[in-house]
Design a protein. Structure first.
Ligand SMILES: Cc1cc2nc3c(=O)[nH]c(=O)nc-3n(C[C@H](O)[C@H](O)[C@H](O)COP(=O)(O)O)c2cc1C
Length: 309
C-alpha cells in the first residue's frame, strides 16, 4: 500500500492525495490523518461490484471482526474513534454500514456522537449490533435514534457473540458457548448482498422490561473512569496498553504510575486488554481472572482502532 509521510501530509491537498492513492485506499489514509471527507463509489475503481464503507466501534474485537467480515475485500472498515478526530465527516459510498456493541439495549455514546455529526450518503445504509446475551429492542431503538439524526437505516440487525460485560459474565464460560456466529454472520452477509430491507424487532418487549433498560442506561451512561475502575498498582508494569486502547484517552503514565480520569464509554477495553489484569471493576466482577479478546483480532488492532494519543 502507498504510504504518506508526515511532511507530505501537511503539504498535500486532497486532490493530489486522491490521485496518488486511489479512492478506496484514501478512506484509510484520510481517516488516519484526520481528513475524513471522501467518496468511495463504483465509478472510482474499474473493478466490478459496489463499494462498501463500514464504520465500527469495538472494545474487545467482536465488532471489529464483524466490520471486517462485512467490508470484505472490496470494502473498507473505519474506526469511529479515529474518524471522529477529523472535522469534516461527510462520507459517500454505494453502501454504508455501522457496526458496534449493544450497551444496555442502546448504542455506545461515541457511536451516537458519530451519527449525530456525520453526513452519510449511500443508497443502502445498514447496521449490525453485536451483543452477548439479550439484545432487547436495540435495533429498533437505534433505528429511531438514527431517524432523529436524519439517517434512514435500510437494515438493522443484531449478532450474538461473546458477552464481555464483566459484572455479570465469566469470560471463561462465555468462550465455551457456541453462539452460532458463522451461521448467523453468513445470513447477515447474504441479507446485505441482497439489500434486504429489515429492522429487527423484539415481540416480547413490555413496559417492565423497558423500565429496567431505562434504569440500566441511566446508571451506565455517562460513566466516569474514576468511578468504574480500580488499579492494582503492584500488578501494573506501566506498559500503557490501557492508554492505547481507551477511546477517550483517559489514561496517563505519571511518575511510573498509571492514572485515569474522565468521561468513560464503559467499553471495558482497558480492563479486558490489560496484559497484567491490573485493572478491575470497582464494584466487582463475576471473575476478575478471566478476560476476553476476539480470537480474530489482535491487541494491535484494538490499539489502532481506539488510540487517542
Ligand atoms: C457496558 C456494557 C453493556 C452491555 N450491555 C449489553 C446488553 O444490554 N445486552 C447484551 O446482550 N450484551 C451487552 N453487552 C455485551 C456486548 O454488547 C458484547 O459483548 C459485544 O459483542 C462486545 O463488542 P466488542 O467486542 O466489539 O466490544 C454489554 C457490554 C458492555 C461493556
Amino acid at each position: 500500500m502507498n504510504t504518506i509521510n508526515m511532511e507530505e501530509r501537511k503539504t498535500m491537498n486532497r486532490r493530489e492525495a486522491l490521485k496518488r492513492m486511489g479512492a478506496l485506499v484514501t478512506g484509510a489514509a484520510f481517516t488516519a490523518t484526520g481528513l475524513s471527507s471522501f467518496t468511495v463509489s463504483k465509478s472510482d475503481k474499474s473493478d466490478e461490484g459496489k463499494k462498501r464503507l463500514v464504520f465500527y466501534f469495538t472494545a474487545t474485537g467482536n465488532s471489529l471482526y464483524v466490520a471486517r467480515e462485512l467490508a470484505g475485500e472490496k470494502g473498507e472498515q473505519l474506526s469511529i474513534p479515529q474518524v471522529l478526530k477529523g472535522d469534516n465527516l461527510t462520507f459517500e459510498a454505494d453502501e454504508i454500514g455501522l457496526v458496534f456493541p449493544d450497551y444496555a439495549a442502546s448504542a455506545p455514546l461515541i457511536v451516537r456522537d458519530f451519527i449525530s455529526k456525520a453526513k452519510l450518503k449511500a443508497s443502502y445504509i445498514f447496521s449490525v449490533i453485536t451483543f452477548g446475551n439479550f439484545a432487547a429492542n436495540v435495533a429498533e431503538w437505534w433505528n429511531d435514534y438514527c431517524k432523529k439524526q436524519g439517517v434512514t437505516l435500510n437494515y438493522a440487525n443484531t449478532l450474538l457473540m461473546v458477552d464481555n460485560y464483566l459484572p455479570v459474565f465469566d469470560m471463561n464460560d462465555q468462550v465455551k458457548i457456541d453462539k452460532h456466529i458463522p451461521e448467523n454472520l453468513a445470513t447477515i452477509k447474504s441479507d446485505l448482498n441482497e439489500h434486504r430491507q429489515f429492522i429487527s424487532h423484539l415481540e416480547r418487549m413490555n413496559d417492565q422490561m423497558q423500565g429496567w433498560l431505562d434504569r440500566l442506561q441511566a446508571e451506565h451512561f455517562p460513566m466516569e473512569a474514576e468511578r468504574l475502575l480500580k488499579l492494582d498498582a503492584a500488578k501494573c508494569i506501566g506498559c500503557e496498553t490501557c492508554a492505547a486502547v481507551c477511546p477517550h484517552g483517559n489514561f496517563k503514565l505519571i511518575d511510573n504510575t498509571i492514572t485515569f480520569s474522565g468521561s468513560c464509554e464503559y467499553c471495558l477495553a482497558c480492563v479486558h486488554i490489560c496484559p497484567q489484569k491490573a485493572l478491575t471493576l470497582a464494584r466487582g466482577e463475576r471473575n476478575s481472572n478471566a478476560r476476553y479478546r476476539n480470537e480474530h483480532v489482535s491487541v494491535r488492532d484494538i490499539k489502532k482502532s481506539n488510540n487517542q494519543q
